[in-house]
Design a protein around this ligand. Structure first.
Ligand code: ADP
Length: 375
């Protein structure tokens, strides 16, 4: 291990070397007798750990510490402080020092332990940083990849749909009924594939983007959802009511998607005039948002399964769909630190609900609040 000692006193260098050799360990010592020399030696060598004396003439130890941490090498630096310098020690830790040892407790084993611990910590930190960067890079690659795939799949599909429509328009007089029907199925198939690509892309994108947390007024959100779903609402004459809704913390676009999916399903999976009621109740540190309908209901055995990707309980000609809506809702709820579930009696309607932590933007603060609430 390459160990750099920055200290203006020769006897301190000697003691440090003696202590570390006495405690056992394979060290290669580098010596610097001023802050400037220390920074210079550090910059030119592959140092594994630095022992830095706080009390040196000229430059303050904290300033030297900052210069060393500016190299961004995640090499551990241990500050050696004199008597009554606890404040300095705390500041040093804040500035990136791994540890500090007051001179009065300097013993061979304490010094060796401190060096080993600091190097171990830095290695863990370096590994974590590497994983974080790898993850960031692969998320970015994945995002690029799915953007390209979505684009490359959609453009030929658009061409197919357009040409099929042209044929249908131009040749409808000369084609027999069977051929026209086939052409209609082909256009429908292409349209369904476009919906599938969009939904799959939405689903995949949720895996690599972080929610953008802000304060969201649920009543405004519901108004937007109703506006977006207006054609469907009017077509089925759906009645949508709500109790007073709270402000919650979350990603407005994702929460809108979640709410719209649930309301759209409530309208779709209903044989009578859809009557939907939305309310929210506070349950501890969570808001539980309920979307109740008077629809066809879901048999108990299917309650869990419907949230899985591509899981559908009906044929497309009975109720159109691709089986991704609830999987997307489930991802959105999870991304917000909540869950999604359903209570339903087959034939009598369903209540889909999701929970959102009151403080979704800050899970640590939410956990603290929860702890405080539980005494
Ligand atoms: P899709 O609606 O495209 O099929 P979803 O993932 O949104 O996909 O829903 C999965 C399945 O769950 C649906 O096919 C349907 O069988 C069932 N389902 C969803 N919402 C409701 C509801 N409100 N009432 C009854 N069944 C529902």
């Amino acid at each position: 291990m390459n160990l750099l000692i920055i200290d203006d006193t020769q006897s301190d260098h000697d003691i440090t070397v003696e202590y570390l050799q006495e405690a056992g360990g394979d060290y290669n010592f580098f010596h610097a007798y001023s802050a400037a020399e220390g920074v210079d030696v550090y910059s030119r060598n592959n140092i594994d750990c630095v022992l830095l004396d706080y009390n040196m003439p000229g430059k303050d130890g904290l300033e030297t510490l900052q210069q060393l941490t500016n190299f961004n090498r995640s090499v551990p630096i241990i500050m050696i402080t004199g008597e009554g310098n606890e404040f300095v020690a705390v500041t040093a830790m804040k500035l990136g020092s791994q540890d500090y040892i007051p001179k009065r407790i300097l013993t061979p084993s304490a010094l060796k332990r401190a060096v080993e611990r600091a190097v171990e910590h830095s290695e863990i930190f370096r590994k974590m940083e590497k994983y974080r960067l790898d993850l960031e890079r692969s998320n970015h690659d994945l995002e690029q990849f799915s953007n390209i795939v979505a684009h490359d799949l959609k453009s030929p599909l658009r061409a197919i749909t357009q040409h099929l429509k042209i044929i249908k328009n131009k040749a409808s007089d000369s084609l027999d009924e069977k051929s026209l029907m086939s052409l209609g199925f082909a256009v429908e198939g292409a349209e369904r594939m476009r919906l599938l690509i969009d939904a799959l892309f939405d689903y995949a994108r949720l895996g690599f983007t972080e929610p953008d947390f802000e304060l969201v007024d649920m009543e405004i959100l519901l108004r937007h959802a109703k506006r977006d779903l207006l054609p469907m609402i009017e077509e089925k004459n759906a009645q949508i009511t709500n109790s007073p809704l709270p402000q919650i913390t979350g990603d407005e676009i994702l929460l809108l998607q979640l709410l719209e999916n649930l309301i759209a399903n409530a309208i779709k999976y209903c044989k009578d005039t859809p009557r939907i009621h939305i309310d929210a109740v506070r349950e501890g540190e969570f808001w539980r948002v309920n979307v109740r309908d008077n629809g066809i209901g879901i048999p108990p055995a299917q309650h869990k399964q419907i949230f899985a990707i591509f899981r559908r309980l009906h044929q497309s000609d009975e109720y159109p769909g691709i089986g991704l809506g609830l999987a997307i809702c489930s991802r959105i709820a999870k991304q917000h630190g909540g869950i999604i579930n359903v209570e339903s009696e087959f034939g009598k309607g369903s209540c889909f609900y999701f929970t959102i932590p009151v403080n979704a933007a800050n899970p640590a603060a939410a956990a603290e609040e929860r702890k405080a609430a539980n005494g």
